[in-house]
Write a protein that binds this ligand. Structure first.
Ligand code: UGA
Ligand code: MN
Length: 257
């Protein structure tokens, strides 16, 4: 099956580094289609150029939609941190519902631009059956070395999760922990991401429309292998660059970094 990987992305100093890593993963994986959705009012030459250089023009889709300012993360809100990627993932879902050939089996994966993914994860995803959501462990997330589903004795069913952070969530797993058979999105047109959910409930919000815990399909060696890590890149320190800018100079004149 074709795997559609949906990546929201936004402009910041490390963006090209993150997307370069991902583009090289796609070069190794011919059955992937990359839907890259920029959090901006227009698509950027940085992303277009990157897709071209990786030879991904024919199996990528470049979209854009800006997060409305009232939903952009600001650091004020005490206990209601705004979710990221909502607008962008929903635009991708609209594109998928309008453009994917529904007679053919395909899979949707929400792929953040800063995580670390093994190529082996995508081989596992290809095993997802029609009408099902595949799940697997994610490393370095939720305050644990690994968040993982617990399986029944025959290893065919998910019977629980080891999450330490908000374990009461209907699906206490990270966005990187699952992928979805496309037919579920066609059968459930109401399935969308939402701003109206508590912090950490974005995964549960989309999954509650599509599946139940009992129907989840465990993958990655009965959920014993870690093939994706929720890495986060440190914010780039640019004190010297800011000093240069004050003098009307810059280190990256005429260069794309
Ligand atoms: C965690 C999850 O891994 C995300 O999938 C989930 O969207 C997020 O929490 C959430 O609760 O909303 P985290 O590492 O905290 O992820 O989030 P980021 O990696 O900063 O953002 C997730 C995605 O949204 C990234 O691909 C990022 O490029 C994109 N993003 C972030 C935007 O498009 N616009 C922004 O303003 C910020
Ligand atoms: Mn992240």
């Amino acid at each position: 099956p074709t795997i559609y990987a949906v990546t929201p992305t936004y402009t910041r100093p490390a963006q090209k580094a993150e997307l370069t890593r991902l583009s090289h993963l796609f070069m190794l994986l011919p059955h992937l289609h990359w839907i890259i959705v920029e959090d901006a009012n227009a698509t950027s030459p940085l992303v277009t150029g990157l897709l071209e250089r990786a030879g991904l023009e024919k199996r990528s889709t470049q979209l854009n939609i800006k997060t409305p300012p009232e939903f952009k993360l600001q650091g004020k809100d005490p206990n209601w941190i705004k979710p990221r990627g909502v607008e962008q993932r929903n635009l991708a879902l609209t594109w998928l519902r309008n453009n994917v050939d529904t007679d053919r089996h395909s899979i949707v994966f929400f792929m953040d631009d800063d995580n670390s993914y093994s190529t082996e994860l995508f081989a596992e995803m290809s095993k997802i059956e029609r009408g099902r959501v595949g799940v697997w462990p994610v490393g370095l997330v939720g305050g644990l070395m690994v968040e993982r589903p617990y399986l029944s004795e025959d290893q065919k069913q998910v019977i629980g999760f080891n999450a330490a952070w908000r374990p009461e969530r209907p699906f206490p797993i990270d966005m990187a922990a699952f992928a979805i058979s496309m037919d579920l999105f066609i059968r459930n047109p109401q399935a969308l991401f939402s701003y109206e959910v508590q912090r950490g409930y974005q995964e549960s919000e989309i999954l509650r429309h599509l599946t139940t815990r009992e129907k989840l399909q465990p993958l990655a060696n009965a959920c014993r292998d870690v093939l994706v890590w929720h890495t986060r890149t440190e914010k780039t320190k640019l004190t010297a660059e800011e000093a240069l800018l004050k003098q009307g100079k810059r280190s990256d004149g005429g260069m794309e970094v």
